[in-house]
Design a protein around this ligand. Structure first.
Ligand code: ADP
Length: 533
């Protein structure tokens, strides 16, 4: 089936009340007939009317069949013509037949569903019937907005659900085609708040956070204030390496071990790096860590990836190496380019210990008076709570990388605002928060150590206009002109700084018993409270 590529024309729907300017030909003819009947019956009734007014004939029995049919024709043509001219009291009685797709759906829904132009209407029906696969619409129509609208309409009719609340307009569907999202039917709006300024490495940042959790931005903002008023935070990038670990199988475990030894030989690593780095001028292989389970070998490639988060880049590099190894290890069977030893988007000790993406530590010394004035608590309480909750409590829970209060809250909000992959919040939120009394117990030294902040300023969703604006706010939009990778590293340190602020503020709220009170103020609408009470 081929389609016209004109843009979709929408008309109000469902359109049962026919306005004169959209009347089809048979209805126009019917109107003419009604006029003729009206005039003829009026003409013929006129002398009868005279008779009707004479008392002797003012009785039904006195009317002839012709009189009765003339009266009937007169009244019904009059009613019809009233309806035609839009006399409202007659309109609801006119027969309304929704299109077959709407039958069985509730009336409110039917009334709100926009109709498409004749051509689009046909395509919607073809999508519903399965004649046209929904995923081919963009390619077939050559118009991403129109494809989204047709897919959405088909979805509404198929499910009987109204998507009216899901926005579709004012979005650049071209910008996501083949990169960010398939089968679009609209987009979700998220509020973006700003926390800051936070003084970090002697620069001030305003941190954009996309969230629907009340209190979160306000709390992070309070932490930023405490850090900035205490002279700021300092961050250090400890390591930078994205990973991918394919799994291969051999006939024997001994043979799998041979490949492990081969890969661990420094001279071999050099030649493998040459092959790996062909994937991109920004890719640079740092090492390969092997894990073995019987005949299966898991090879964790670690690679710096410039300003890209790097998953695509590393995967391409790994494929190059696998092809190369296949020449020397003919008996090697590639099971999967990802064998989960990477480990992407799942909690794993290997990430916590070895790191993935950017490993960052960020620290600040908060003056005692700021702890009191801004955070409304004291140094000793914070230190004690950190040990009992973030260290011991997390140990009791058997956490892995969860030695913190709520790092993932901040990580996820900044990830969404800046176009990162939100699923990578799993390992990116690994964090150990430390709090110690310094200066003879006067001040608080606080730090967050985060081994797996997986971020990029190119690729993924970073090019989308809203997300790019948030990156721009931080001064890290796109590829770094100074040094490849500088923007992504900077973004990782800003996230660590914001986590530091978030940890300080939430821990203070817990230490002073303010948490529930402030959540009731910022995190519950009045409506909810009333409903619950
Ligand atoms: P990822 O590897 O994070 O999934 P993409 O492959 O989508 O990201 O994006 C990386 C692309 O951006 C590559 O094609 C790379 O050549 C290009 N690129 C441009 N400038 C840079 C840079 N400074 N650092 C990394 N990649 C860059």
């Amino acid at each position: 089936m081929s389609f016209q590529t004109s843009s979709a024309r929408r008309v109000p729907a469902p359109p049962p009340i026919l306005a004169p300017n959209v009347l089809p030909l048979p209805m126009k003819l019917l109107n003419v007939v009604a006029w003729v009947v009206f005039l003829l019956s009026a003409y013929h009734l006129w002398p009868s009317a005279e008779r009707l007014h004479t008392p002797s004939r003012f009785h039904l029995k006195g009317l002839s069949v012709l009189d009765l049919s003339l009266i009937l024709a007169f009244v019904s043509s009059l009613l019809y013509l009233f309806g035609f001219f839009g006399i409202p009291f007659l309109q609801p009685d006119l027969p309304v037949q929704p299109p077959p797709e709407y039958i069985g759906m509730d009336e409110k829904f039917v009334a709100s569903v926009p109709m498409l132009s004749g051509c689009d209407e046909e395509i919607v029906k073809a999508v519903i019937s399965g004649e046209v696969p929904s995923y081919t619409l963009e390619k077939q129509l050559g118009n991403t907005r129109r494809a989204a609208s047709i897919r959405r309409e088909a979805l509404q009719r198929t499910t009987g659900r109204n998507l009216e609340g899901l926005p579709i307009d004012n979005f650049d569907y071209d910008s996501i085609l083949g990169r960010c999202c398939e089968l679009p039917v609209g987009y979700v709006q998220l509020p973006v708040g700003v926390a800051g300024p936070i003084l970090l490495d002697r620069l001030e940042y305003y941190v954009p956070m996309a969230t629907t959790e009340g209190c979160l931005v306000a709390s992070t903002n309070r932490g930023c204030k405490a850090i900035t008023e205490s002279g700021g935070a300092i961050s250090t990038v400890l390591r930078d390496g994205m990973t991918r670990a394919p799994v291969v199988r051999f006939e024997t475990a001994a043979r799998a071990a041979q490949l492990k030894f081969f890969l661990e030989e420094p001279a071999n690593l050099e030649s493998i790096a040459l092959i790996f780095n062909r994937s991109s001028r920004y890719a640079s292989l740092q090492g390969i860590k092997c894990g073995l389970a019987g005949r299966y070998l898991y090879m964790r490639f670690v690679c710096s990836t410039g300003d890209a988060m790097g998953m695509n880049m590393v995967s391409k590099g790994v494929q190059n190496v696998l092809d190369f190894l296949q020449n020397d290890f003919l008996d090697m069977e590639v099971i999967s380019i990802s064998g989960n030893y990477c480990t992407d988007k799942k909690p794993a000790a290997v990430n916590w210990i070895e790191g993935r993406g950017k490993s960052v530590v960020c620290e600040a010394t908060i003056k005692g008076e700021i702890v009191k004035k801004v955070l409304k608590t004291d140094v000793a309480s914070l230190v004690e709570l950190n040990v009992v909750k973030n260290l011991v409590g997390s140990a009791v829970a058997g956490t892995m990388g969860g030695f913190n209060a709520h790092a993932s809250n901040i990580v996820t909000a900044v990830f969404i605002a800046t176009g990162q992959d939100p699923a990578q919040n799993v390992e990116s939120s690994h964090c150990i928060t430390m709090m110690e009394a310094v200066s003879g117990g006067q001040d608080l030294h606080v730090s967050v150590t985060m081994p797996c902040i997986e971020v990029g300023t190119v690729g993924g969703g970073t090019h989308l206009v809203a997300q790019a604006a948030c990156l721009d706010l931080l001064g890290v939009k796109g590829a770094s002109v100074e040094a490849p990778g500088a923007n992504a590293s900077r973004l990782a340190t800003i996230i660590a700084g914001a986590v530091l602020a978030g940890e300080l503020s939430l821990m203070s709220a817990l230490a002073s018993g303010q948490l529930v009170k402030s959540h009731m103020k910022y995190n519950r609408s009045t409506k909810d409270i009333i409903a619950k009470n």
